[in-house]
Design a protein around this ligand. Structure first.
Ligand code: COA
Length: 147
């Protein structure tokens, strides 16, 4: 996961320990795709916020350049929603930086396939990240939907 994220700018890199925690505590809301050689070429890390258990918060999506354009990102999120333990999820949230067209398009496509609406509002400003080096992050909210 750490390697794939490093191959997929502009994603923020994080500690390997954080990825272990996502796999240990939130495996039911994360997904990965491997190629025929077993190499991970796609991943989605997500969790249910404790105060909003019927929401899936999508934290990071990464698809290696050779895997893009095959709906892998969208299908990984839809696959998470289809798991028996996740049938209670009726909303998706994520944050997207204004320049990240690919990410925005994935959520627009998800809203279309889930037959629901997408709203966007400001959440984190650049100063929340400690300076001007990080873009703001807008909140994307999809739902309600029935998986
Ligand atoms: C964002 C990312 C995960 C998308 O992966 P992907 O598997 O290629 O996306 P999908 O094939 O599922 O695309 C879903 C939709 O978004 C559109 N889309 C995806 N990338 C796009 C791009 N660069 N420009 C325009 N549209 C794009 C697709 O055309 C598709 O639209 P459709 O369903 O209407 O046909 C991948 O580009 C990536 O890893 N980028 C770098 C890391 C990143 O920015 N992650 C997101 C922030 S967490």
């Amino acid at each position: 996961m750490d390697r794939l994220v490093r191959e997929c700018p502009p994603l923020d890199t994080n500690s390997r320990y954080l990825y272990l925690l996502m796999c240990h505590h939130h495996a039911s809301t994360c997904a990965a795709v491997r190629d025929d050689d077993g190499r991970m070429i796609g991943m989605v890390t997500a969790y249910k916020p404790p105060a909003e258990p019927n929401t899936l918060f999508v934290w990071q999506m990464a698809v290696a350049p050779q895997g893009r354009g095959q709906s892998l990102a969208r299908k990984m999120v839809q696959g998470i929603l289809e798991r028996p333990g996740n049938r209670d999820i009726q909303h998706i949230q994520a944050t997207v930086s204004p320049s990240n067209t690919a990410s925005r398009r994935v959520f627009e496509s998800l809203a279309k396939h889930l037959n629901t609406t997408l709203t966007v509002d400001p959440l984190f400003e650049a100063e929340h990240f400690g300076g001007a080096e990080h873009e703001p992050e807008n909140r994307f909210s999809l739902g309600p939907f029935t998986p």
